[in-house]
Design a protein around this ligand. Structure first.
Ligand code: ADP
Ligand code: MG
Length: 614
């Protein structure tokens, strides 16, 4: 009963498209598997809808599944679905003209871009036609879901025309036989196709069998209802999707419909591998559109500082043929990026409230990313600053405080949030900078990490209170209650001594003055450099950076209540030579405390000189 084949010309645009697809040198040929499987999945989805509305459906007992077979002798790969199939008119309409979106967008972008087609195909996926990248001939065997329609065979070598003929014995749906070009014959190898299915189609909602074996066993969990998902399922999904061996530390599963349609499942891993010394983490929240992978490592989907996240973002607003080249799509990605980042920050804030200890654990491991964001991402700076945690002069060792808690403990009239940088709690506590704050009951945040200083400088303030470095000359403290008479130099005596010290020490100090911040130490060296703190200078030195060689700018502040200073005021007149040695020594001691003394040899000689007189 078969009729003679009918010959048709492809529409002009399709010819143009096929010409590019077939003749452009092109590296991502493999995506043809993704495209054909996603068409099969679409066809099954459409059939499922028809089953709800139509009484009569051809071959209605068939499973809704996709069967793929490879034949390496015949060099073919076959993709069969039991979806809605096509009538003759539909074959002409769907496969012969450019009515559908993907290919249209491709051609449009091609005409607007100076890129050659090769690069663009990867970003778009030209749908059905991508089969011609690897095929010398494509056959589509089909039977429509409508009873009373004939079985059909559509055939083309992609060179301008195709033919349609009747073909008995067809099941419902489409069976697409791709006859591979010789140089593409590896797509007829089972392992090769398996790898591609696992990469691109692992979460397709219908069963996919390859040569009779089920491929996609893990569900697209992100599209399911949260309440119905077990903890183990999440963990299994995480391990599968992120190729991880640990258990996730935190998880956010959320859906949104406005302003964008989003289904997202995000995980924070147990460990921060960058901290372990591995290379910078690649962004690895994958981008899906209706369960089909678009990009496994999209660069712009999330802000940089969220690169530690794993998981999936699925948005129907992202068509399969998304292109990062056109303005419109760029805007869409930016919007997605903002919405997801905001949602994740809100999630962290809720976690910090509900489970503070687990949050602190998270912060110890991943805080560096929050700091990076707080310093660099102006859009989310405020929310990120809220999430920062530090030890402080009021916390126990190892315990963290938030800035909000710091602010709640601020003294009346305190306007700034004080912080001090140093390699450890012990070194900060034994240094000269803390005592003035302690004596005034002012809390100081302890910053141990190299980036902290940069973060505080960039984040600038919290809740309207500026961050102020405790060891900076510009950070002013109020007067302490006056000590009893006689135990301190008078204001005039102190002034005179400061003047003399400046003369004696010359260029080694920028300024000498009386200190309000000292209690137990005779003097302190304060950083007067706006751009480099002592801590930063030490680090630069450790890294052998040239900028560490810029001359020191320190102010010396003296404590008029301290015995050594009172004594110096007296010796200055009686034994000026010895007093000069003592002055030099006081400065060197202060520099040692600040970690700023660069060459101790002079100091050692001087010390011996002083000891001669003992
Ligand atoms: P898109 O999927 O973006 O619409 P394609 O080039 O992938 O573009 O497919 C073109 C059209 O061909 C589809 O819209 C669909 O109508 C039809 N089609 C492709 N594959 C199948 C299939 N397996 N079953 C039924 N129809 C199909
Ligand atoms: Mg398609």
């Amino acid at each position: 009963m078969s009729t003679t084949p009918q010959k048709f010309e492809f529409q002009a645009e399709i010819k143009q498209l096929l010409d590019i697809v077939i003749h452009s040198l092109y590296t991502e040929k493999e995506i043809f598997v993704r495209e054909l499987v996603s068409n099969a999945s679409d066809a099954l989805e459409k059939l499922r809808h028809l089953q709800l509305t139509e009484k009569e459906i051809f071959d209605d007992k068939l499973e809704l599944e996709i069967n793929i077979t490879t034949d390496d002798k015949a060099k073919t790969v076959t993709i069969q679905d039991f979806g809605l199939g096509m009538t003759s008119a539909e074959l002409v309409e769907n496969l012969g003209t450019i009515a559908h979106s993907g290919s249209k967008a491709f051609l449009k972008a091609l005409s607007e871009s100076d890129q050659k087609g090769a690069n663009l195909i990867g970003q778009f996926g030209v749908g059905f036609y991508s089969a011609f990248m690897v095929a010398k001939r494509v056959q589509v065997f089909t039977h429509s879901w409508r009873t009373g329609e004939p079985g059909l065979l559509w055939t083309s070598d992609g060179s301008g025309s195709y033919q349609i003929e009747d073909c008995d014995g067809q099941r419902r749906g489409c069976k697409i036989v791709v006859e591979l070009k010789d140089d593409c014959a590896d797509y007829a190898q089972e392992w090769r196709v398996k790898e591609l299915l696992e990469r691109y189609s692992a979460f397709v909602g219908f069963p996919i069998n390859l040569n009779g074996k089920r491929i996609n066993t893990v569900q697209a969990l992100w599209l399911r209802n949260k309440n119905e998902i077990k903890e183990e399922e999440y963990t299994e999904f995480y391990k599968f999707q992120a190729h991880a061996h640990d258990e996730p530390r935190l998880r956010l599963h959320f859906n949104a419909d406005a302003p964008l349609q989003i289904n997202a499942l995000l995980f924070v891993p147990k460990e921060n591998t960058e901290k372990l010394g591995f290379a910078r983490t690649e962004p690895s929240v994958a981008m899906y559109c209706r369960k089909v992978l678009i990009e496994a490592h999209p660069k712009d989907l999330l802000p940089e500082w969220l690169r530690f996240l794993k998981g999936v973002v699925d948005s129907e607003d992202l068509p399969l043929h998304i292109s990062r080249e056109t303005m419109q799509d760029k805007a869409l990605l930016e919007k997605l990026n903002k919405v997801i980042a905001k949602r994740f920050l809100k999630f962290l804030e809720e976690e910090a409230k509900a489970r503070p200890e687990a949050y602190d654990e998270f912060f110890r491991e991943f805080g560096i990313f929050i700091k990076e964001g707080a310093a660099l991402d102006f859009t989310h700076r405020e929310s990120l600053t809220k999430l920062l945690r530090f030890e402080s002069s009021l916390t126990e060792k190892g315990k963290l405080t938030s800035l909000a808690d710091y602010v709640s403990r601020m003294k009346d009239g305190q306007k700034e949030i004080y912080y001090i940088t140093g390699p450890s709690r012990a070194s900060i506590e034994s240094g000269p900078y803390l005592e003035g704050f302690k004596a005034r009951n002012l809390e100081v945040l302890f910053c141990y990490e190299a980036v902290d200083e940069y973060v505080m400088g960039n984040a600038r303030d919290f809740d309207g209170k500026k961050f102020a470095a405790a060891d900076h000359a510009d950070t002013k403290l109020d007067d302490l209650p006056k000590p009893p008479e006689g135990e301190t130099l008078t204001a005039d005596q102190t002034k005179a001594l400061a003047k003399w010290l400046k003369e004696a020490l010359g260029d080694r100090v920028a300024e000498v003055k009386s200190s309000e911040r000292l209690v137990d130490s005779p003097a302190v060296a304060l950083n007067a450099d706006k751009f480099m703190s002592p801590h930063m200078r030490r680090m630069m030195k450790a890294m052998n950076k040239d900028s560490a060689d810029t001359p020191l700018r320190v102010n010396l502040e003296i404590n008029p209540r301290h015995a050594v200073i009172r004594r110096l005021a007296a010796t200055r007149d009686s034994a000026p030579e010895k007093a000069t040695l003592v002055a030099e020594q006081i400065l060197d001691n202060a520099l040692i405390s600040a970690g700023l003394l660069e060459d101790p040899s002079k100091m050692i000689q001087r010390l011996y000189k002083l000891l001669e007189n003992v």
